[in-house]
Structure formats: C-alpha cells, structure tokens
Design a protein around this ligand. Sequence first.
Ligand code: FAD
Length: 528
Amino acid sequence: SRVLSSSNFLLLCTLSGGGVVAYSESQTGAERPSLQANEPSKKKVVVLGTGWAATSFLKDLDASLYDVQVVSPRNYFAFTPLLPSVTCGTVEARSIVEPVRNIIKKRKGEINFWEAECIKIDSSNKKVFCRSNIDNLVGSGEFSLDYDFLVVAVGAQVNTFNTPGVKENCHFLKDVEDAQRIRLSVIDCFEKAVLPSITDQEQRSILHFVVVGGGPTGVEFAAELHDYVLEDLIKLYPTVKDKVKITVIQSGDHILNMFDERISSFAEQKFTRDGIEVQTGCRVIGVDDKVITMKEKSTGEVCSVPHGLVVWSTGISTLPVIRDFMKEIGQDDITAVFEAADKDKSGTLTIEEFQEVMDDIVLRYPQVEHYLKQKHLRDFSTLWKDLQGNESKEIGIEAFKLALCHADSQVKSLPATAQVAAQQGAYLARCFNHMDHAEEHPEGPRRFSGSGRHKFLPFRYRHLGQFAPLGGEQTAAELPGDWVSMGHSTQWLWYSVYASKQVSWRTRVLVVSDWTRRFIFGRDSSRV
Ligand code: FAD
C-alpha cells in the first residue's frame, strides 16, 4: 500500500513504460462521442485530473503536438498548501483556485476539458469511461474517450483505516470544499457554545477541537485554528475563552516525524507553550458524533473524550478506480515479487531464480535497472556477487529482499507532496514534447545504450525543501543541504515562497491581499 497510496507514483510509472501511459498504433474500441472532432492524425492524450501533477503537465506540454483532453470532477486547480489557511478564513477559498480553462486557454494547441470523473479505465481497448456529476444533467452524463496515451494524475483519497465512525463524524482536509466545511463548523461550535441553554460542561465538549494525525496537514491546521481562536474568536466570544481546547492525536512518538528531529521537537515545544495538547502513541479506534475513542499503544488502555469537531488527517490511500486499473495491468505491488521470491522455502534462491525474478522486476519497474547501473551493478551477476559477498551458488532471500527494498525505495518512495507531483508533471511534459525524437532514436540516450528499452532518462526528484507553519507567525523549514530554519524569519520566507508559487498572477494578488486584510482587520467569522 505504501507504493500504491502515492498518487505521484502513478505518474512516475507512466514514464517507466509500466502501462499507465498506454500507447497503441491502431485506434481500437468504439467510436468516440461527437464532442471529439480533433485532427485524427494527432495522438490522443487523455489527462485525468486537474491537480498539481496534471496542471504542471498541461502548462509545460506542447499541446500543438497532441489531441489533448482533460477529465476531472473539479474544473479548477487548487493550491493545496494553503487549504489549512482556508479553514480559518486567513485566506479565502476563491483566492487559491484557478479555473482550469484559464490555464488551458494559454496553451498553443487545442485542449478540451470535460468536467467529469473517470469511473473505469479499460487498458486493453485504450478507453476511459467517465461520468459527469453536474446537477440536472440532460441524459446520464456518461461518456467514454479513446486514448493513445493516458496520463493518470488523479491524486489519492483520505485513508480512514476503516476506523468506525470516521466517515460519518469527522471532517477531512483534502479539498477546498472540505476546508470551507471546517470553517463553517468551527463558527457553528462557537455559536452553539454560547447559547443560553448550554451548560458549562457542554461548552467544554463543544469547544474541544480534535485533530487526528500529527503530520504536516494536521499540525498546520491545529496551529491555524489556535491563531484563529486567539486572535479573533475569543474577542467575539469572550465568555467561552477559557473553555476552548485543541488536541492533536498522533499514533507515532512525535508529531512531524517526517521532518528533521529539531523541527519535530521545536513544534512540540511550541504547541506545549500555546496550550495545544499533543497526545502521542495513541490510536483512534472509533468516533461518534459526540465522543472520540482512542487506545494507548503502550498500555492498551482505552479512553473516550467528548469533542465538538474532529479533523481526520492521517494519510492517503489509492482511489478505487486506480486500484482496479493497477490490478488490470499487473502493477499491483512489488510485494508480489517478494512472494515469488518466497516460494523457495529453503530461504535461498539459485542464480536462475534470481535472474527470473530480477527480469520480472525490471519489466515492471525499469528504474530499478537504472538504479543498479548507477550503483555500478552493471548486470545482475555483479549484483548477485555483491549481495553474496562470495562466489557461492545461492543467495539469502533476506539479503535479496533488502537489496530490492533499497532499490525500490530509491525508485518509488518519494513523498506524496505537491512538489513531487509538479516536478513529475513537468518531466512527463518534456518527455511528450520529445517523443518524436525518442522514437527516431529507439536506442535511447547513451547512458542506456545496450538495452534500448528506455525512451527517456528516468525521473529525478529535486528536493527544494519543505515548510511546517506552526502558528504565531512562526514556521519551521527544512531546506536543501540539511539546513533547518525556524521562527519568525522563516515565516517571511514561507510568505515569499508561497506567493511566488501561485499558479497565476490573479491568485497571487488575491492571496497577498488576503494576508494583508487579515493583518489589518483580522479574520471574518460570519457564517456565510
Ligand atoms: P491532486 O492535486 O490531489 O489532484 C488530483 C486531481 O484529480 C484533482 O483535480 C481531482 O479532482 C482529480 N480527480 C480525482 N478523481 C478523479 C477521477 N476519478 N477522474 C478524474 N479526475 C479525478 N504538498 C506540498 O508539497 N507542500 C505542502 O505544503 C502541502 N500541503 C498540503 C496541505 C493539505 C491540506 C493537503 C491536502 C495536501 C498538501 N500537500 C502539500 C500535498 C499535495 O497537495 C499533494 O501531494 C498533491 O496535491 C498531489 O498532487 P496530484 O496532482 O497527484 O493530486
């Protein structure tokens, strides 16, 4: 699931020839709907999604070379790193979205956009089936599109780990609509708490805000909410100011544990100073409309606490449509390969078995071969020797798995961030722009000469650092070269980077003016 839960992985696979970008010389399948009347000679590219990866792909693609169609249930791009700011009205929802039609109209060639959701991918017939969810449609709103290349950039869905009551009673923070819902619910809680019929104990329950998940999203939301309460809400609701409580529940030992240790402990200390309770080592086992139940991992003790609002932010998982598709094209998981390796119960593999499994892996994940070559393991027998450390005829399965995991992690475990998605989108666009050249030179770039399987150099991720806003005009940042920066000055760096990364001048101006408005007038807490 580690592999499949990364939305970015799918896009990367497209480059590895793994099948997410499918290609066929002869157009198969049924006729296209009447809305597709573009030049037949151009290869058809269908792009699923209008998020980070898809938008970056569309911005960099030479669209005059292809017949491009974009399908997404959202007709806009959302700048997700500012979603936590939308939950508290620091930034307005409309300031962080850009209509996708604004983005595509600037491209050279013609790009069509259909507001619909892909419900099925038929890779054997190179067809996607879509359904529009627009209200009051005439007809079923269902249609299909043929493709020569399919770019899957649909992101991921929230992972509830099948915890009872989460879907029904928790808020998620994935989309703009989620952020708007949270904003209204926070205000609702305060309005409810000050009603004359509410007891003191009930006020404390209603104003208990729980964030499940101590990753960047959960931490940023908790920090935003704390600022909102402190800077705006307690001035409007002074009678309940001592009854507000924010709790972050984290199953690991620390919050922000994917960041440098210094950032993680800085965040914990800051939260303690701010009165945000951090409960580590706790797993939530159930949520109902009034109570959240959790289990302490070390002692097994179960406790329940009342809540007014729960935001669930524990990670992501693969969308069902993509899970089905991955199964269909046989890219389900590298663990399947481990299972194949495990079939030898003696715990060893012969060189022939090793070769067989390795061939299978390279077929599925060509980047593994690139990785091995980079490490000067030019062929599998060299790797074999390297793993064995001797010339014997067998290799320990554990050592083999370890090596594969290592190669696998080099290949796929990129963080599921906007930064990775955007770089992958841009990389994919460059590949598409050079497709003709690559087809004329099937031997591939010199580094791959010999195998001839690769059309392009594999994707290389360039990490430009990451931020963790902690509230009170303080941010922590992990910068390239293992630099760590924390505090007020880093907050200004955060403002500059996020302003510069906006997808258009329109959103840039709107975001900066929202920040200015907040500085001068505070946040708006009307329930509209
Ligand atoms: P998305 O951006 O999620 O886009 C998916 C697209 O696919 C959407 O347009 C969606 O409508 C569409 N889609 C969904 N289902 C279908 C379907 N069936 N058919 C067709 N289209 C479909 N990353 C950072 O680097 N820095 C941050 O500070 C940061 N902060 C974040 C804060 C929050 C609150 C959240 C939720 C995420 C944050 N991220 C951050 C992560 C970042 O947003 C994701 O990694 C990134 O959005 C992934 O890009 P994507 O293109 O794969 O998917």
